[in-house]
Design a protein around this ligand. Structure first.
Ligand code: ZN
Length: 303
């Protein structure tokens, strides 16, 4: 933020804005259209955001609009993805991450950023030793009667719930559009025991082996939040149409900017899925089960 200090004085007469104080501070935001040399690449980003063929999480996708809020947060700008400032900040991030500093969102950049995002999830790091054990019952508490989506009852790790409550209260206080919808930020799913997931997967589609054998929800610190849903879609539908709708909501945008203050990180492929990792990014993950071979599961989560 550039700040200019303006002091107006004339002889013994001190001239000032509104009489006092005589020192006036004018703050100007960094314009999003500064950095003219990024003009061409900004135009390129404006195009690829809707048209690029990408597979950041192992599934073919068109464009990168879904990831734009998290990309902006990662490179430290609130400017729109088609601006010069966005390209300039991305270029700096690419340089720091030993990528060609073009300022263009390309497959290599999105993959590198995905790795950064996934590394912030201790649950993923824990896979190197196997699937974390399920949470102890002693650590789990019931959510309140109005905290579940459509009245759902479930359990969460006590520290995760305490911090979730702080976060939801802050979100509602910060933005009336979030507060207006009473379902917003209610809990769609929280603790799920391995037995529950296995049984659910035996009777219906469960999105593959990862959820069946080792879901983050077993830790009691993962929570699926209602962040809106596209018309006719489940709030946890991974259809691109639904994910795009969700990433455009004020709720998701607020979470991207603020959830880390409350110890929550996002599985970026799923706008609804947040994991509490504690104040020092130390998720209380129980020791893994042994001796497992979880390469297949790990590849599903980290692809
Ligand atoms: Zn989830």
């Amino acid at each position: 933020m550039e700040t200019f200090f303006v002091t107006l004085a004339s002889g013994s007469l001190l001239i000032s804005w509104f009489a006092t104080p005589h020192l006036t501070s004018i703050s100007l935001p960094k314009p999003c259209d500064a950095q003219a040399r990024y003009d061409i690449v900004a135009a390129q980003n404006a195009k690829t955001i809707e048209t690029a063929e990408l597979t950041p999480f192992g599934r073919k996708e068109t464009g990168w609009q879904i990831y734009a809020p998290q990309v902006g947060e990662t490179i430290g700008t609130a400017c729109a993805p088609d601006t010069r400032r966005f390209a300039a900040n991305l270029s700096r991030w690419q340089s720091r991450n030993r990528l060609p500093a073009t300022g263009a969102v390309d497959p290599a950049t999105l993959t590198a950023m995905k790795v950064t995002w996934q590394r912030s999830r201790p649950f993923i790091a824990a896979f190197t030793e196997g699937c974390p054990e399920a949470a102890s019952e002693d650590d789990l508490v019931d959510i309140g009667p109005r905290e579940g989506w459509q009245g759902k009852q479930t359990q969460l790790h006590r520290d995760a719930l305490a911090n979730l409550r702080r976060m939801v209260a802050a979100a509602r206080a910060a933005d009336p559009r979030i507060a207006r919808d009473k379902q917003m930020l209610t809990i769609v799913s929280a603790f799920r025991s391995p037995e529950y997931d296995a049984a659910a997967c035996a009777t219906r589609n469960c999105n593959g082996i990862a959820k069946a054998r080792c879901s983050a929800h077993r830790t009691g610190t993962a929570v699926d939040l209602y962040v809106g849903a596209a018309p006719g879609q489940s709030p946890v539908s991974s259809d691109d149409e639904n994910r795009l709708f969700q990433t455009r909501t004020p709720t998701y945008r607020w979470l991207v900017k603020n959830a880390a203050k409350y110890g929550f990180v996002n599985y970026v492929f799923e706008p609804w899925h947040w994991e509490w990792v504690g104040p020092d990014q130390q998720m209380p993950i129980p020791k893994p089960q042994k001796p497992p071979v979880f390469a297949e599961i790990f590849s599903q989560y980290s692809r």
